[in-house]
Design a protein around this ligand. Structure first.
Ligand SMILES: C[S@@+](CC[C@H](N)C(=O)[O-])C[C@H]1O[C@@H](n2cnc3c(N)ncnc32)[C@H](O)[C@@H]1O
Length: 296
């Protein structure tokens, strides 16, 4: 038995909406496109599911209605120009982190617009460190954008490291410059001692949600807690990265740290005084998203 695609999507949308899924229509369409093996934009051309496809779609919609993340169902996420495999045990990269990657990839342009005394020397061989790399999102997006950079990804969770290594291998296979994966505590200088004083760009999307913050079921049940929560005020890991950065960065090197939208001034205050050019950056909706600074 086959099923018409459009009515099936309408029914799935209603089911997901009833389960309080945030974007029910989008998710229903993306799952239908996944089952049909077509891009979402081609769904308008689809008429029927086969019987097997209809059953697969119904099963996926049921799991999404039970608040399994969409990305765990499709097994991948597009981030910063690259496709990454994701699933249980690893944090799902978020679109807001692309803002930090955008900022980082523009650093060379920023340098070109500054007076010669302030130009950061970020030619071939620039060292980029991604602390708490998860699936490898920031590190692999940077390696894709800057093929001549030396990108290092640091992660301590064994489950996340398995995804990170898989994604790093896939990007290498796709032709991107290979990254270096380091297993260990990113807040311990011993883990990254080899790059002490040599880092041009220190990037991190660390766990930063204050412990008592309510989060939706997709996060509570499927993102690893150690990837999300950052202590009572959310700043436990960030404080350590701010201190560590002074040892890791070369003079003039830059740090960018993503943080909670409640950290409007908290991270910039930690950076100011110890670094120069401390600045907080907002997303398009005006929410505080990440803060940056330079090592004096
Ligand atoms: C919010 S997730 C971000 C992952 C990835 N950078 C991204 O943007 O999708 C934070 C990551 O930091 C890792 N992590 C937390 N504390 C760490 C530590 N002390 N050392 C190394 N990794 C850590 C977690 O396992 C998790 O993968």
């Amino acid at each position: 038995m086959s099923a018409r695609v459009r009515p099936a999507i309408a029914e799935a949308t209603a089911r997901l909406a009833a389960a309080s899924v945030a974007s029910p229509r989008t998710d229903a369409e993306l799952l239908a496109a996944f089952v049909l093996g077509v891009p979402r934009g081609r769904l308008v051309l689809a008429d029927d599911f086969t019987g097997a496809q209809a059953a697969a779609f119904a099963a996926l919609v049921g799991r999404r209605a039970a608040r399994e993340p969409l990305q765990h169902l499709t097994g991948s996420v597009h981030f910063g120009g690259v496709d990454l495999a994701v699933g249980p045990g690893v944090f799902i990269p978020r679109p807001e982190t692309e803002l930090l990657v955008d900022w980082a990839t523009k650093i060379r342009d920023l340098g070109a617009k500054r007076p010669p005394s302030e130009i950061t020397d970020l030619g071939a061989g620039a060292v980029v460190l991604d602390l708490g790399s998860g699936s490898g999102a920031i590190a692999l997006a940077m390696a894709h954008a800057w093929p001549d950079a030396r990108v290092v990804a640091v992660e301590q969770s064994p489950a996340a490291l398995a995804w990170l290594r898989r994604n790093a291998a896939a990007r290498k296979e796709a032709g991107d410059t290979p990254i270096t994966v380091v297993e260990g505590d990113a807040t311990d200088l011993a883990t990254t001692a080899a790059w002490r004083g040599r880092v041009d760009l220190l990037l991190s999307n660390p766990p930063y949600v204050p412990d008592a913050t309510p989060v939706p079921p997709e996060v509570a049940d499927h993102d690893p807690a150690a990837a999300v929560f950052g202590g009572p005020d959310g700043l436990d890991v960030i404080r350590r990265i701010v201190t560590l950065g002074l040892d890791l960065l070369r003079p003039g090197g830059r740090v960018a740290i993503e943080h909670d939208d409640t950290h409007a001034t908290a991270v910039v205050d930690l950076l100011a005084g110890r670094y120069t050019d401390a600045a907080m950056h907002r997303d398009l909706a005006g929410r505080p998203r990440f803060s940056t600074a330079r090592r004096p």
